[in-house]
Design a protein around this ligand. Sequence first.
Ligand SMILES: Cc1cc2nc3c(=O)[nH]c(=O)nc-3n(C[C@H](O)[C@H](O)[C@H](O)COP(=O)(O)OP(=O)(O)OC[C@H]3O[C@@H](n4cnc5c(N)ncnc54)[C@H](O)[C@@H]3O)c2cc1C
Length: 385
Amino acid sequence: MELNRRGLLQVSMGGLVVGCTAAPSGSSLDGPPLVPIRARTDRIMDVSVCLRPFRPAGPRIETERLGDMLVVHNYGHGGSGWSLSWGSSAKAIQLALQPGPREVAVIGCGALGLTSAVLAQRAGLRVTIYAREQLPLTTSAHATGEWTPDSRVADARAAAANFGIVWEEMARSAFKLHRDYLGLPGTPVEWVDQYSVSDAGQTGAAASSSVARPAVDFVHYGRRIRDLTPRWREVPIGATPFKGSSAARSEIMVFNIAGYAHTLMNDFLIAGGQYRRVDFRAPAQIAALGHKVVIDCTGLGAKALWKDETLVPIRGQLQRLIPQPDVRYGLVYRHILTVPRSDGLIVQSFAGGEMEGYGETNETPDRAEADQAVRTLAEAFRPGV
Ligand SMILES: Cc1cc2nc3c(=O)[nH]c(=O)nc-3n(C[C@H](O)[C@H](O)[C@H](O)COP(=O)(O)OP(=O)(O)OC[C@H]3O[C@@H](n4cnc5c(N)ncnc54)[C@H](O)[C@@H]3O)c2cc1C
């Protein structure tokens, strides 16, 4: 995301550049004063690294026969797995229902496995999840937790001609199902204000000149679903605790990952679902379980299990500050994004642009990077506020 100043404020979100409505007259925000984030390195309670499961062609949602067993693949969602989860899983369930099964197995217990399992139960099937790890240990547990349905989801040069249409169907149906989790105990899903602050003199062009040009032409489909999310509007900077030259505000859907995962797992178990811990080394082990229909939600694990060499890991690191419940807004400042989740205030650096971490498998957290990200965030606030 970048902020440019060309007459009107402009905001670029994943390639989508949208005009920003000018600031209202007056010098106050409509709402309570914003509490500054306590951006101190000694408040970092966790630094985690995970690998996004990226496929240049986009997620694999298709069937394969293994003897008597129908395998429905549902993996490879890059940086959009939580966002697209329900929509992608709905497509996988449609394929799984075709032979008329009464029960299915789901392999994997991340965002895609859990949403596939819950949707299969809603379709009246008995469901067993088999997975090496449950959600607190999966990639899905280490996501930022924002509605980002077109984040690193496909390479425009490798995706099928109709992928944009398929993506839009998934995004729209996922959006509706996420909405059903608003207002529930544990706040699995919520909407929060998000501010974007620019420094005087730091134009979007200057900010992006240090970012390497991507070697992958990541698709950007924001315009297709523009009607789903609010616009950015300029707000009076003096009414905020930020020290930049201008600020804009929008609203964003946030997934409180811990609460969302807990809710989905509980819903699955309450509906009679079974969970078995298994580490499959080969498809033959899955076939030996005797299920007629299997939904494969193994994320990056599909590279080894199904020999899908098109899967590319994209490394990402998150810092979590101790939760600050009075901070109810997200912030984009320079190359830093923050998300006020209930399980910690997420701080993420985008200094390297979309290609950052592409092809990297190193999952060791970089503490120096974490400290630098938090120090940059601290600079967003006026001294003494
Ligand atoms: C830093 C970062 C930030 C992100 N932020 C966001 C965001 O804000 N919004 C968003 O929508 N997405 C985001 N993502 C992307 C998102 O996290 C992934 O797309 C998503 O987690 C993929 O989910 P999954 O269920 O396919 O895979 P996983 O969560 O990896 O789950 C795979 C499951 O399969 C099991 N498995 C794999 N192989 C085997 C095997 N051989 N035998 C048995 N079990 C197996 C695993 O144990 C696990 O249970 C982010 C990713 C990263 C890294």
